[in-house]
Each structure stands twice: as structure tokens, then as C-alpha cells.
Ligand binder design. Structure first.
Ligand SMILES: [Cu+2]
Length: 138
């Protein structure tokens, strides 16, 4: 029984995927915002971010940006590959989590809970802090 519990605990403490430096742009209710963070894949194989859930907005999507002429556009994508033993940044003007039609205002200092869903690592609950881009901390 004890051994079983140890195995179970180890299973739920899967640290193959780590999320850090998560933040969100301030925005008003009914408008859009974006979540940014860094994903670290410490496992020996690729993993894929395949979904995202949050109660904060009507719709939550994985987006990438691309340029069309001199314009920066964005579009929804189904998944993002995080290669083995590497880091991947979700950041302004690149990949981000799009929050469409916020259910409430996001003010600086607020916290936003969301869940990232990985093909191998499963669900990861993350808390992001609302702040402006380039505020002191890195
Ligand atoms: Cu977007």
C-alpha cells in the first residue's frame, strides 16, 4: 500500500514539463487579451501543447503570429511542439494564448488561472499575473 502511494505521488508530480514566468496583459471585460509564459520540456521526448482552458474568457485559443507583407497577423493553431530537453517561449509578437471576450476586467496585480493540456504530460494548472509588458522582472 505504501509503495503504491509513493508511485502514485511520483506519478502526479511529473515535472517533465515546467511552466514559468506566466503573465497576462491588462484588459477590460468583453475585450481580448493574451497570456504569455515559458514552457520547459525536461523529458527526453517531444511533447505537444494541444489545448488550453480558462474560466476567464468566453474562448481560449492557442495562437501563432505570422507576417503578411508588413503586417503582423495571428491565427489559431491546434498544437505546438515542445522539443525534447528544450524551452519554448510564448511571448508578444510570437506564440500566445488568446483570451477572447473576457468575462471581467483584468487589472494589474490580478491573477488568472488557466490549464494547459499536453499530449504526454497531461494537464498543467498555471496562475498568471496581470502586468504590463517589460515591467522590471525580466
Ligand atoms: Cu492571438
Amino acid at each position: 500500500m505504501i509503495l503504491f502511494l509513493i508511485i502514485l505521488t511520483t506519478f502526479f508530480q511529473d515535472n517533465s514539463i515546467k511552466i514559468s514566468d506566466s503573465w497576462v496583459r491588462p484588459a477590460f471585460e468583453n475585450s481580448n487579451s493574451a497570456i504569455y509564459f515559458q514552457i520547459e520540456n525536461n523529458s527526453g521526448k517531444s511533447d505537444f501543447l494541444t489545448g488550453v482552458e480558462s474560466e476567464i474568457a468566453q474562448l481560449t485559443e492557442i495562437h501563432e503570429t505570422f507576417s503578411e507583407g508588413d503586417k503582423l497577423m495571428m491565427r489559431k493553431i491546434e498544437s505546438v511542439e515542445i522539443k525534447a530537453n528544450s524551452k519554448f517561449d510564448f511571448k508578444p509578437r510570437a506564440h500566445h494564448i488568446m483570451l477572447i471576450k473576457l468575462k471581467k476586467d483584468l487589472k494589474i496585480g490580478d491573477k488568472v488561472e488557466f490549464t494547459l493540456i499536453f499530449k504526454n504530460a497531461g494537464k498543467k494548472n498555471v496562475v498568471a499575473i496581470v502586468k504590463e509588458q517589460n515591467s522590471k522582472k525580466k
